[in-house]
Design a protein around this ligand. Structure first.
Ligand SMILES: [Zn+2]
Length: 545
């Protein structure tokens, strides 16, 4: 009897081993998605002479770089960027219409990954932990890999930001982890698991963030070598933590971190921390260790936090990129050692770019300005004068105006009449180029390129009733220092895209491609089905014909 069971066990074991080894479709062992938050395409060349050989230059020299990749929708913000990269789709289809949006049917404001039905895991903070991908309607390339391998592939998402970890990892990953400002730990939610994996607990126990900020933040190179950036003390830079001026060295960083752990987000150490977590996940989950392809989705977020605070021309931002370059070099070396050179495929891109600071542009005589930010209040005052009803606008966000369906119904107001009046009022403002009726974008007399990006970006139930296109380089007043992003213009919509490693040709191209071409390219490389809402095409130059 026991012998019989033994034989059956051995047979099953050998079948299992055989099944594991038998893989007829050639694929890389690991795919690594590196999305650098707020990285403008031109940074690759702006800082080129300062980069070392193993990071950005290794990607450019050994990989295939696309020089003309644009984001084919507005608004160009983080949640949508990550979602569109990983779904090959756009907000009108995949449903992620902003970092936040107003649900037109319920009148409820929604954060992209907020989910009241789940519990925090690894933190007691509900705001930090109650997140999931439930608001995402399409599948991701990571979902498709899991489906294609009958869920044998492992998929991990890591980021400082909840949304930039959750949305790329898709609906059914091995795990998605993000940073908790209240504890300094990486956490997740009960959507994925009931308890943190042992390797994350060990990572958290090492208190790596504290060590990274212990010596403050000074420039990597002597400060006079930062000739690509403006003087260190420029008036359009924001202040970090308790610093009195926007200048190096930031000696209070360790104390500032003790008071507010989120301060690490604005420094290059947030990126170092994320890449160290990525490495720990490769070891902890044994990513790329067998014949079944795994996927590691990484968001590098401090480039965005730093950009928002200091502005693209600040030495701080240059330093963040120079240090990221070094971190990427050691990360690639780690992958060479653990997974094997040319056994993995990497792509690097960005979720959006960023405008130059208004103050910086003014200083250099380039047209710029601030536009009216409190549009909701302004519109509601005008609408009340005209229709005698309060609070007709229930939200103004993502450069869109939303009318409150309930207020309209309760007061027998016709949406079209209200909209027509609002558009005529907005047209009086010279800071806006176009005011577009969301229901009549196709008929609008605006350039085709902008029209297409508006149509792709407008979600029927989650986007506003009016879309506003501002003049170039106009920012909202909350970006008095540093910068922001959201618009169709080159500075926000022109992103880097480089592939490297297994199955990737060497070279570069100036042909036009879109953010939505990234996922179908990876799917074609892996010979797996495109994501459900995909509208992109594989970039054949990159993966061969
Ligand atoms: Zn941002």
């Amino acid at each position: 009897m026991f012998r019989k069971i033994g034989i059956i066990a051995i047979t099953l074991l050998s079948v299992a081993t055989f099944a594991q080894k038998k893989q007829e479709v050639p694929r890389p062992k690991l795919v690594v998605g590196l999305v650098i938050d707020q990285m403008r395409w031109d940074y690759l060349y702006r800082y080129y002479s300062k980069f070392e050989n193993g990071g950005f230059k290794r990607l450019l020299n050994d990989g295939y770089s696309l020089n003309n990749v644009t984001i084919n929708y507005v608004p160009t913000v983080t949640a949508i960027g990550h979602t569109s990269i990983y779904t090959g789709s756009v907000p009108s289809i995949h449903g992620i219409a902003g970092n936040d949006w107003m649900d037109k049917l319920s009148g409820k404001n929604t954060y992209c990954t907020a989910d009241e039905t789940v519990q925090p895991v690894g933190t007691t903070d509900n705001k930090v932990g109650k997140h999931s991908p439930r608001n995402l309607w399409s599948t991701t390339v990571t979902d498709q890999l899991r489906l294609a391998t009958n869920f044998q592939s492992k998929v991990i998402g890591v980021s400082l930001k909840d949304r930039a970890s959750i949305l790329p990892a898709g609906h059914n990953p091995t795990g998605a982890f993000w940073f908790d400002d209240t504890s300094g730990n990486f956490v997740t939610s009960s959507y994925y698991m009931q308890d943190l994996p042992q390797w994350i607990k060990e990572f958290n126990n090492q208190k790596i963030p504290e060590k990274l900020v212990a010596n403050g933040w000074n420039t990597l190179l002597p400060i006079n070598e930062y000739t690509e950036s403006s003087p260190d003390n420029s008036p359009w830079e924001g202040l970090l933590g308790s610093a009195k001026t926007p200048t190096f060295p930031y000696n209070n960083l360790a104390q500032d971190y003790q008071k507010k752990k989120g301060e690490i987000r604005y420094t290059p150490f947030g990126n170092t921390l994320t890449l160290q977590l990525a490495q720990a996940s490769v070891l902890g989950e044994k990513l790329g260790q067998d014949e079944i392809t795994d996927f590691l989705a990484i968001n590098i977020a401090s480039t965005d936090y730093g950009g928002h605070k200091f502005g693209p021309n600040a030495i701080e931002v240059e330093d963040i990129y120079l240090r990221l370059d070094k971190d990427l070099a050691s990360f690639f070396k780690f992958l060479d050692d653990k997974v094997g050179k040319n056994k993995y495929t990497v792509f690097l891109s960005a979720d959006h770019g960023g405008a130059h600071s208004v103050g910086f542009l003014e200083e250099h005589k380039i047209p710029t300005g601030f536009f009216e930010e409190d549009m909701k209040k302004m519109m509601n005052t005008k609408l009340k004068e005209k229709f005698g009803v309060e609070s007709i606008v229930n939200s103004a966000q993502n450069y869109q105006i939303y009318f409150d369906r309930k207020v309209l119904a309760d007061n027998n107001l016709e949406l079209d009449k209200v909209k027509e009046f609002a558009i005529s009022e907005l047209n009086k403002n010279q800071d806006y180029l176009y005011i577009v009726d969301a229901d009549e974008v196709e008929e609008a007399t605006i350039p085709k390129l902008i029209k297409e990006r508006i149509i792709n970006g407008l979600n029927r139930t989650r986007s506003g009733d009016i879309q506003i296109i501002t003049k170039d380089n106009f920012l909202p007043t909350y970006a008095k220092t540093g910068t922001s992003h959201s618009v169709w213009n080159s500075y926000d919509a022109h992103i880097p895209l480089i592939f490297m490693g297994w199955g990737i040709q060497k070279g570069e191209s100036n042909r036009e491609y879109h953010m939505t071409d990234i996922s179908p390219t990876i799917c074609s490389l892996l010979k797996i089905q495109f994501p459900s809402g995909n509208i992109g095409n594989p970039i054949v130059e990159v993966i061969g014909k």
